[in-house]
Design a protein around this ligand. Structure first.
Ligand SMILES: Cc1ncc(COP(=O)(O)O)c(C=O)c1O
Length: 448
């Protein structure tokens, strides 16, 4: 029996005949437009005939994907079934393609495997199940930063393990390797540093500690897509690197993420766990050779990235550097223009490192102003400028303090920074005027 995937491939191969409607005379979508939006080529990938998005498609806007969705899904219900398959064919090709593009982009010094998953949260949760012979579970401890989004600790909690929070360096806002050493116990299984705001952690110190104690090193690289140390990408120093493609990140698949794994066997296990513990994913099951049985080798999760999400990501890959450069221009304006205000600005990147410039966070200096951080946020809001707080430290959130009895004063640097930090608008979409408005607003606020 021919699989649905392959029969639709044949239909798609008929698309190039100008003016002909491959799916029936009355279908409403515009074949010419789809041909323009998707340069469909017939190629072989991994020995299989595939409908393939040419690299030229990477320069196209997600709008073309949205147009195609509207054409196929909305105008005529009878096309939904075929539309779904066509889109998933296109997107599967995008998924395969994006894997190799990302591999190139990451340019790891050592060969790394890439697995696309649903987010950093799921990535950390999955890799925590592949450390060594026994996965992280109840009674185990995993060291991480209190100065992060709740997701980092949550991924550890899912497994019944306990996140052990260590203090940060108040200048870099990354975990302090000396405090990591102090908090290691016989129950410690892993260290999860967070490259806060895109600033690389001290990976050589952390690697040394992990190796000395036989611990896994898992980088939360949710902010650090573009960050490097001596030219090598963050996320490739640990045993695993976990990236986020959530909407606020510099490359988004709406929801999504990526695991970079150093070890091919560990990568295979992550991939299997990410899709119900199955030995073959849908693409491998339906091939021209006929149906291939899969085995469920262990209970897994539904954490795979969707093909369609991958196609959004692929469209954005080519703009990553350009958007980083634009954020850098805004960052420099802030560094220059805010220098005289009662704010502690971000520390310059350490020599040999590249900051991903994900968040511009400064500290309201209460030695030099009566205006509190929350008042600044309120004034900015009144001036129609969005500010943020990254982060109030994790251990002071009610669930954590209730569950672990954390007291104020237990992680003094994280608490001090968390009470004063303020994130300013920073996106590549901002104009010079937008950046000037932010500067003007802050001058006004601090002059009162
Ligand atoms: C530092 C950090 N870790 C983890 C996450 C979770 O990422 P995701 O939403 O992709 O699961 C985020 C999300 O914002 C984050 O900022």
């Amino acid at each position: 029996m021919t699989s649905a995937a392959n029969s639709i491939t044949r239909d798609v191969h008929r698309l190039p005949i100008p003016g002909e409607n491959a799916f029936g005379a009355t279908a409403p979508y515009d074949v010419e437009k789809i041909r323009r939006d998707f340069p469909i080529l017939q190629r072989k990938i991994h020995g299989k005939p595939l409908v393939y998005l040419d690299n030229a498609a990477t320069t196209q806007k997600p709008q073309s994907v949205i147009d195609a969705l509207v054409n196929y899904y909305c105008e005529d219900n009878s096309n939904v079934h075929r539309g779904v398959h066509l889109l998933s064919e296109l997107a599967t090709a995008a998924y395969e393609n994006s894997r190799s593009v990302v591999q190139h982009f990451i340019n790891a010094a050592e060969p790394s495997e890439i697995i696309f998953v649903r987010g950093t949260t799921e990535a950390i949760n999955l890799v925590a199940q592949t450390y060594g012979r026994r996965h992280v579970g109840p009674g185990d401890e995993v060291i991480t930063s209190p100065y992060t989004f709740a997701a980092t600790g949550e991924a550890i909690l899912y497994l019944g393990a306990r996140p052990i929070l260590v203090d940060i360096d108040p200048r870099t806002l990354n975990i302090d390797p000396e405090d990591v050493r102090r908090k290691i116990t016989p129950r410690t299984r892993a260290i999860v540093p967070v490259h806060f705001a895109g600033r690389p952690c001290d990976m050589s110190a952390l690697r040394q500690i992990a190796d000395e104690h036989g611990l896994a090193l898992v980088e939360d690289a949710a902010h650090a897509l573009e960050a490097t140390i001596d030219g090598r990408h963050c996320g490739t120093f640990g045993d695993f690197g976990c990236f986020s493609f959530y909407v606020t990140k510099s490359l988004t698949t709406i929801e999504g993420g990526m695991v970079v794994a150093r070890d091919a066997r560990a990568a295979d296990r992550v991939k299997t766990l990410a899709l119900h513990g199955m030995s073959a994913d849908a693409w491998r099951r339906y091939s021209d050779e006929g149906f291939i049985h899969y085995d469920v080798v262990e209970p897994g999760f539904k954490y795979n990235l969707t093909d369609l999400a991958a196609s959004f990501g692929m469209h954005q890959l080519t703009g990553v550097e350009e958007r980083w450069a634009r954020r850098q221009a805004i960052w420099r304006v802030y560094d220059r223009e805010l220098a005289g205000l009662p704010l502690r600005l971000p520390a310059p990147p350490a020599p040999g490192t590249r900051h991903a410039l994900h968040l511009y966070t400064c500290l309201v200096d209460d030695q030099r102003t009566q205006v509190t951080r929350d008042q600044v946020l309120g004034h900015l809001h009144a001036l129609r400028i969005g500010g943020g707080v990254h982060y109030r430290p994790v251990h002071l959130h009610p669930w954590y303090s209730r569950t672990y009895g954390a007291r104020t004063g237990s992680l003094p640097h994280a608490e001090w920074v968390g009470a004063r930090t303020l994130s300013l608008p920073l996106t590549a979409a901002m104009s010079d005027d937008d950046a000037a408005d932010v500067v003007r607003a802050l001058r006004l606020i601090f002059s009162t």
